[in-house]
Write a protein that binds this ligand. Structure first.
Ligand SMILES: Cc1cc2nc3c(=O)[nH]c(=O)nc-3n(C[C@H](O)[C@H](O)[C@H](O)COP(=O)(O)OP(=O)(O)OC[C@H]3O[C@@H](n4cnc5c(N)ncnc54)[C@H](O)[C@@H]3O)c2cc1C
Ligand SMILES: NC(=O)c1ccc[n+]([C@@H]2O[C@H](COP(=O)([O-])OP(=O)(O)OC[C@H]3O[C@@H](n4cnc5c(N)ncnc54)[C@H](O)[C@@H]3O)[C@@H](O)[C@H]2O)c1
Length: 450
């Protein structure tokens, strides 16, 4: 006997929970299932715990920047175990409170690994369920790597749970995870090495600002190896021997920990999607722009496990889940509006982007104005002693609208939100300049950046 629901959601992360609550509020019989404690990647193994650990690193960095400017940082250090306790103070209550919230909204909460057994059936630990619709919000996992010894790598989840921080850490990949973690580790006293196979790390961000960030990273002891591949990783007495290849030469580095930061793929391999007739690949379930499977109309997808134009980020996952839920409820075909969604890599200082890259804007042939400012000497950065800060704002001269903004500096992850709103609403720089910001705030520098 199979239990029936109007909707079953696979994955209780930010996307799954948003959709389950929205559909339950319409009076639907909704069930949600997760194989892990409720909360998903962002709250338990990603954004939130990462930024708590970064807080320790920020304090150290801020104090160092003020050395000789009234702050004596000689005795300041990170107590990793206590910082971890602070993290657990946030993460530990999440699963129960999330599950209580869902139950309170009338959602049936299930636990276990879901596997599709047919177009509208799935099984969870031997029990069968069927539904009119399913939303797959199963997230992502580290990309499988091929080089010998890849099994010795730890992933981002393991890193965010380390009880002690080793002194030598090698990060594979030059993306979000490696940069963010390396910036934390460097301030906590470790010597991080980042190995990227490409010439340009953090490829989704403005290359000029990335180079400034790489220099700033070098100053705090982060060793970036570009166009370098991992030949193999082998255990050694003191940790691991990692053999690297760059421009035809090999070098072996000894390290205590090797961390996977080489990208993530949709978590769909064990979901039995073949039995449901659902087309997918490593980018996610193939969906129409309104987030319905292209091959099984009963299946919808959102977040990291959907192959969409949206970036694999939390706000995008939530947006897609809400749009998918709304389309299911109304029978509509609305598409998510991805315009003006900012992204930030939480290095110290942070690097943010919204809208087009300069190269993308140039390729459109628009009449482009590039407003680049070295903001390191500006009051907001002088005040905190920051030596590396810059802004690049891209403006379409024909409309006076912002089409892209790239920021590197303290608190610029907050400032980019205003530029995101400007892009989404099509505000002109004249309109933006007409707003008066509280002074002195980082936001009050926006007018000068335009
Ligand atoms: C280290 C790290 C840091 C990050 N930092 C940021 C950040 O600062 N800002 C930002 O915007 N984004 C960040 N991200 C990305 C962000 O976490 C994801 O984009 C977001 O969590 C995706 O949400 P989701 O709901 O699609 O999937 P998830 O939150 O991953 O949820 C998917 C859930 O599905 C469950 N599941 C999967 N398969 C099954 C199955 N067969 N049966 C039952 N359950 C299943 C999983 O257990 C999981 O709980 C970060 C990611 C990582 C890894
Ligand atoms: N602040 C944030 O929003 C945030 C933080 C962390 C993660 N995330 C999300 O998680 C996703 C995954 O993060 P990530 O940092 O793992 O991936 P990423 O896609 O940001 O970067 C992966 C990097 O690894 C390199 N690479 C791949 N295979 C390699 C190999 N074998 N050897 C050397 N280099 C290799 C790639 O060239 C690339 O530069 C991101 O795309 C992002 O969406 C977001």
């Amino acid at each position: 006997m199979s239990q029936h629901f109007d909707l079953i959601v696979v994955g209780a992360g930010m996307a799954g929970v948003a959709a389950a609550n929205k559909c339950a509020a319409q009076g639907w019989q909704v069930a949600i299932v997760d194989a892990l404690p409720y909360g998903g990647t962002c709250a338990l193994r990603g954004c939130d715990p990462k930024k708590i650990l970064r807080r320790g690193a920020e304090i150290i960095d801020s104090a160092r920047l003020m050395r000789g400017k009234g702050i004596d940082d000689a005795d300041l250090s990170i107590n990793w175990a206590d910082l971890m306790k602070h993290k657990h103070g946030f993460t530990d209550p999440v699963p129960q409170s999330m599950e209580d919230g869902l139950s309170g909204n009338g959602v049936t909460t299930l636990h276990g690994h879901a596997t599709f057994t047919g177009p509208q059936q799935l099984e969870i630990d031997g029990t069968s369920y069927d539904a009119d619709r399913f939303l797959v919000a199963a997230g992502a996992r580290p990309r499988p790597l091929e080089f010998p010894g890849h099994e010795h790598l730890v992933d981002s989840t393991d890193f965010l749970d380390l009880t002690e921080l080793p002194s030598r850490i090698l990060f594979v990949g030059g993306g979000f995870i490696s940069f963010e973690f390396a910036h934390i580790a460097a301030r906590a006293g470790s010597s991080p090495v980042i190995v990227d196979r490409g010439e340009r790390p953090l490829k989704g961000f403005d290359p000029d600002l990335v180079e400034l960030l790489v220099d700033r990273g070098r100053q705090v002891g982060i060793d970036l190896r570009r166009t370098t591949t991992i030949v193999d990783v082998a255990p050694s007495e003191g940790g691991y021997l990692v053999t690297l290849e760059h421009a035809g030469s090999r070098e072996t580095i000894e390290t205590d920990l090797v961390v996977h930061g080489a990208g993530r793929v949709a978590e769909l391999a064990d979901l039995g999607l073949e039995a449901a007739g659902v087309a997918f690949d490593e980018h996610g379930i193939h969906v129409s722009t309104h987030l319905q499977s292209t091959t099984n109309p009963a299946i919808w997808a959102a977040g990291d496990s959907a192959d969409t134009d949206g970036m694999p980020l939390t706000p995008v996952a939530v947006l897609e889940a809400k749009v998918a839920a709304s389309n299911m409820i109304k029978g509509s075909t609305t598409s998510p509006d991805y315009a003006g969604i900012p992204t930030a890599v939480f290095t110290i200082p942070e690097l943010a982007r919204v809208g087009m890259l300069e190269s993308e804007a140039r390729a459109t042939g628009m009449d482009l104005a590039v407003r680049y400012s070295d903001t390191s000497g500006w009051y907001a950065n002088y005040r905190v002693g920051e030596t590396t800060a810059a802004a690049k704002v891209l403006i379409d001269r024909s409309t006076d609208q912002v089409v892209g903004a790239h920021l590197l500096g303290p608190e610029y992850g907050e400032l980019v939100n205003t530029l995101g709103l400007a892009i989404k609403l099509g505000l002109t720089t004249r309109q933006l300049k007409s707003a008066t910001a509280a002074y002195p705030t980082v936001g009050s520098d926006l007018g000068s950046m335009l």
